[in-house]
Design a binder for this molecule. Structure first.
Ligand SMILES: C=C(O[C@@H]1C=C(C(=O)O)C=C[C@H]1N)C(=O)O
Length: 273
């Protein structure tokens, strides 16, 4: 496949750096993964669980020091955009560009928001077959929890999945953190445990909604350290994300799990995506 080359020569730009037009600035998403995003389901012209998505965007802007981040403008633009879109999958990405090169964020940055909508695809009918990824999850307490644009560890872990209904479980040494594209819960001694995300991983919207439902329904749960041995010896487990909802795991490595216990929880919580 032919390569696509692009040469950008800023040397003779007549614009002073502070007011260089956006199309001649350094786009920091492609250069450094500088930005954050959210992925959600559009139904009846609405972003499902929108408040959770907006909270995530607010948190990402705060954590990555995106000054002058205007969430209200995003909400209004999204509302207008969805007037012509009744159903689909939304990816909303936020990044910034600037005239100066280098890692440091300049005083004059231009924030840009990209909305990409793709057709809705129903989740798989088969249960999830999970395995421990060879790719470790990236550890950084300052970035833990944020759905930032630096997802190469997830990319490599997702590429380890050889079947459509498989999910690779990303770890820090023996500690389970998340799936390549999901969060994880497992049932141990009748307590649903989900890994703490203080060092790595993404605080998923679906994970947050499940925890809230568990609190309301008085289902025993814990946000805690989960070892690979804990998961292998669990009664049941599932992964979740904004597109999958709850996806029961029927096998982790060569250990069979009771996927019906995850389905029972789903009906107990009356949880839909
Ligand atoms: C990476 C995106 O979204 C995440 C990835 C998946 C996936 O790979 O199936 C699904 C939902 C999100 N956790 C994205 O570009 O939307």
């Amino acid at each position: 496949m032919a390569l696509f080359f692009e040469l950008i020569d800023f040397r003779h730009s007549h614009h002073q750096s502070e007011n260089r037009p956006i199309n001649t600035q350094w786009a920091r998403d492609s250069l450094f993964g500088d930005g954050f995003f959210t992925t959600g389901v559009i139904e009846n012209h609405q972003l499902l669980n929108s408040e959770y998505h907006f909270d995530r965007l607010e948190s990402g802007a705060r954590s990555l020091l995106f000054e002058n981040f205007d969430l209200e403008q995003i909400k209004n633009t999204l509302k207008e955009s969805l007037k012509t879109i009744d159903k689909g999958i939304l990816r909303l990405s936020v990044t910034r560009s600037q005239a100066e090169r280098g890692y440091a964020v300049s005083k004059q940055t231009q924030i840009s928001v990209k909305l990409v909508v793709t057709p809705w695809t129903s989740p798989l009918k088969q249960d999830c077959m999970a395995f421990f990824a060879d790719t470790p999850v990236s550890v950084n307490p300052r970035l833990a929890g944020i759905k930032h644009l630096n997802r190469l560890d997830n990319v490599l872990a997702a590429n380890e999945c050889l079947q459509e209904n498989s999910e690779s479980i990303m770890c820090i040494d023996e500690q389970v953190v998340c799936g390549s594209r999901s969060n994880l819960f497992c049932l141990i001694n009748n307590i649903w445990k989900t890994p703490e995300l203080d060092l790595a991983g993404i605080e998923g919207i679906t994970r947050a909604r499940i925890i809230e439902s568990m609190k309301k329904q008085d289902v025993q749960f814990a946000v805690t350290r989960v070892s690979q041995s804990d998961l292998l010896n669990s009664q049941a487990a599932f992964v979740c994300n904004s597109l999958l909802g709850i996806w029961p795991i029927s096998q982790i490595e060569d250990k069979k799990l009771d996927a019906n216990l995850a389905r029972h929880l789903q009906s107990q919580l009356d949880f839909t995506r």
